[in-house]
Design a protein around this ligand. Structure first.
Ligand SMILES: Nc1ncnc2c1ncn2[C@@H]1O[C@H](COP(=O)(O)OP(=O)(O)OP(=O)(O)O)[C@@H](O)[C@H]1O
Length: 280
C-alpha cells in the first residue's frame, strides 16, 4: 500500500506580543493557518507585519505568547529543528557572497544534512527541480552577484523550495518582481499545498491568493477573515487613510480603486485687525 503523504502542519500562534527598544510593536496577536491554507498579513507601513513574522520564525524574541507549528513548540525548539519544517523568504535579498545560483539554492538542503554531509543524488534532484520551478535552471552556473533584484527574489524561493518545508513564511515575496513573476511566484507558492503565511502590500494580490487575511494596524489585528468580507472600503479607509472603492474585475477577482482623500479646505484668512483710526 502506498504511504499516505504527511499532513502539512498548521501554525497556531496565540497572544504574541513583541516589544522593541521598550516600545510595544506587536500586541497580543493570535494567528491561525491550517496546513494547505494561504494566509496574508496586510496593513500600512510600520504596523508590525515583519516584526510579527520575525517573532514567528524566531528572529525576534516575543515578550509573550505561544507559537506552535504542528506538534512543535517553536519558541522552545532549536532553530535548526524549526528550519526542517519551516522555510522563510525575508523582505530583502542580498547577494553577499560569490556563490553560483545552484550553490545558493542548494543551501536549502542544509537543515536536512548532517554536519559536512555531502549532497546526494536526491539533494541534487531537489535543487534542480527548485531552480526549474522558478525559471532559473539555465542560470544555475551564474554568480549570484550578477542577478537582478527580481532574479534574487526568485532564487530565494528556489532555496526555500529546495528546503522541502512543511510551512512557508514570506515577507513581501513580490518585492522587485514584475507582474508576470509576481503571479508566477505566488502560483508556485499556492501550488505547494502547504500552509503559507505571507505579508503582502498589494491588496489585489492578497485578495486573489489568500484564503484568509489578517489586517494589522498599530501592532494589533483589526480584522481577519476571507478577503471579500474583510477588505471593505470602510476598513481600507480606516486603516490606510485613502478613499477606496471595491469592484469585481473582468476575471472575477476582487479589485480596488484608490484615491488620496481631498485635502481639507484651507482655513479662511483671519480678518485684518481693525485700524486704530477706525477707517477701512
Ligand atoms: N529593532 C527595532 N527597534 C525599535 N523599533 C523597531 C525595530 N524594528 C522595527 N521597529 C519599529 O517597529 C514598527 C513596525 O516595524 P515592522 O518592520 O514590523 O513594520 P511593517 O508593517 O513590516 O512595515 P513595512 O510595511 O514598512 O515593511 C516600525 O515603527 C519600526 O520602526
Amino acid at each position: 500500500m502506498a504511504d499516505t503523504p504527511p499532513v502539512a502542519p498548521g501554525l497556531r500562534a496565540a497572544g504574541v506580543t513583541v516589544e522593541l527598544g521598550g516600545t510595544p510593536i506587536v500586541r497580543d496577536i493570535d494567528v491561525s493557518v491550517n496546513g494547505g491554507e494561504f494566509v496574508g498579513v496586510v496593513g500600512p507601513n510600520g504596523c508590525g507585519k515583519s516584526t510579527l513574522l520575525k517573532a514567528l520564525y524566531k528572529v525576534v524574541t516575543p515578550t509573550g505568547g505561544t507559537i506552535r507549528l504542528g506538534d512543535l513548540d517553536v519558541r522552545r525548539a532549536r532553530p535548526a529543528v524549526v528550519a526542517r519544517h519551516l522555510a522563510v523568504i525575508s523582505q530583502f535579498q542580498e547577494a553577499g557572497f560569490n556563490l553560483t545560483v545552484r550553490d545558493m539554492a542548494a543551501l536549502g538542503r542544509t537543515p536536512h544534512l548532517g554536519l559536512l554531509e555531502p549532497h546526494g543524488a536526491h539533494d541534487r534532484r531537489v535543487v534542480a527541480r527548485a531552480l526549474r520551478a522558478v525559471g532559473l535552471d539555465e542560470d544555475a552556473e551564474r554568480d549570484i552577484q550578477t542577478l537582478s533584484g527580481g532574479e534574487l527574489q526568485r532564487l530565494a524561493l528556489a532555496r526555500s523550495l529546495a528546503q522541502e518545508p512543511g510551512f512557508l513564511i514570506l515577507d513581501e515575496p513580490t518585492n522587485h518582481l514584475d507582474v508576470r513573476h509576481q503571479l508566477q511566484v505566488l502560483d508556485i507558492v499556492r501550488g505547494l499545498g502547504i500552509g503559507v503565511l505571507a505579508a503582502l502590500h498589494d491588496l489585489h494580490l492578497a485578495a486573489r491568493y489568500c484564503d484568509t487575511v489578517y489586517v494589522l494596524d498599530h501592532g494589533r489585528v483589526v480584522a481577519a477573515g476571507a478577503p471579500r468580507r474583510v477588505l471593505t472600503p470602510a476598513l481600507i479607509r480606516e486603516v490606510y487613510h485613502v478613499d477606496c472603492e471595491t469592484f469585481t474585475d473582468p476575471r472575477g477577482n476582487l479589485a480596488f480603486a484608490y484615491a488620496c482623500p481631498a485635502p481639507a479646505p484651507a482655513p479662511a484668512p483671519a480678518p485684518a485687525p481693525a485700524s486704530p483710526r477706525g477707517d477701512a
